[in-house]
Design a protein around this ligand. Structure first.
Ligand code: SIN
Length: 335
């Protein structure tokens, strides 16, 4: 009889692998600690009964604070997980990850992994040594979701605080609480008594239905993000152009507004070979095409409901296939 497929836990660091000064007093809480200190195999030992939930394999890909994820590291993670998913003996993958950039890694995987096998990211808001550390329960729930047949084909998932989110739109919305993650469209489901219970499905293209071919992507085109604030300066865009950016995500006010004093300058970026992508600094909502700017006339792309960090990744992937703004715009409608 064939052995049941295993779940591979890929450790990358973060607070889930963090240690503080102790479980009480200074350094015990959520702020003063060292991220990425405990190896993934020791994390597993901290979860009672985990080994009985599924056959597990563990590998330590990185041991980093997730702030240190570069595009190179992100692609390394994606290629490694893609290779794991091609193995017949692997039923799913759980990635332990720092929470700060977890949403970016999850989204790149969601857009590029050509698999229907469950791939689940999880992390922790409290280091392993804190009173009421949340990492062990999150890891248990992530394994439960990765091992459950109902999780197949749902795209890359993020499991935190008993909730299951789609990588398409989950974000770290709060910095200091265990219910840190949220989505404007809500979670897809919950982990109830160790079993995923689903309430909705991701409607847009992902993973096995995606057109982005990881095997052909050795590096991501450079895409910058510029955040809006009062008294903006054009030099920041010039710096991205000088660095070789192929596109700049302008994280505009409200629904993506471009200040009047920058408009003609930004309109000129296209002639310099740089695509402008209009996103919004408001954390939930949409950028409406041709509403506060002449997107069609300028050859600009709008992000629909995507936030700027994810819009950066989708733009970079889009640029591996086309430089046509109209085609890139279609990708924002469909992913
Ligand atoms: C990190 O993102 O690596 C540190 C913070 C965290 O995991 O919560």
């Amino acid at each position: 009889m064939a052995k049941p497929a295993c779940i591979v836990i890929v450790g990358t660091g973060g607070t889930i692998a963090g240690v503080g000064a102790g479980s009480a007093g200074a350094g015990a809480g959520s702020a003063a600690y060292r991220a990425a200190a405990i190896p993934a195999d020791r994390l597993i030992e901290s979860v009672p009964g985990l080994a009985q939930m599924a056959a597990l394999q563990v590998e330590q890909l990185f041991q980093i604070d997730s702030a240190d994820f570069t595009d190179d590291k992100l692609l390394q993670l994606a290629h490694r997980v893609a290779a794991l998913c091609t193995r017949d003996d692997v039923g799913g993958v759980v990635i332990t990850h720092g929470t700060d950039t977890l949403e970016e890694s999850a989204y790149l995987l969601h857009l590029t992994l050509a698999t229907a096998k469950p791939v689940v990211l999880t992390g922790a808001m409290r280091p392993s040594t804190a009173l009421s550390a949340d990492g062990p329960a999150n890891l248990r729930d992530a394994v439960a979701v990765a091992a459950h047949p109902s999780s197949a084909g749902q795209g890359v998932l993020v499991v935190m605080n008993q909730e299951v989110f789609s990588a398409r739109d989950v974000t770290k919305a709060r910095s200091m609480v265990v219910n840190a993650f949220d989505s404007p469209w809500g979670p897809l489901g919950a982990v109830v008594e160790g079993t995923p219970r689903w309430y909705r499905r991701a409607a847009r293209l992902h993973t096995h239905a995606s057109e982005f071919d990881l095997a052909k992507i050795a590096a991501l085109p450079l895409v910058g993000v510029v955040a809006s604030h009062g008294n903006m300066r054009r030099e920041i865009y010039d710096a991205w152009v000088a660095a070789g950016a192929r596109a700049i995500v302008h994280e505009g006010f409200g629904g993506g507004t471009v200040p009047a004093y920058l408009r003609s300058y930004l309109e000129g970026l296209r002639a310099r070979g740089v695509l402008l992508v209009r996103a919004a600094r408001s954390q939930a909502g949409r950028v409406i095409r041709n509403a506060t700017a002449d997107d069609d006339g300028n050859g600009w792309v709008t992000v629909d409901d995507q936030n700027a960090p994810r819009a950066r990744l989708l733009t970079a992937l889009a640029l591996t296939r086309t430089t046509e703004p109209a085609e890139i715009q279609q990708m924002f409608w469909h992913y």
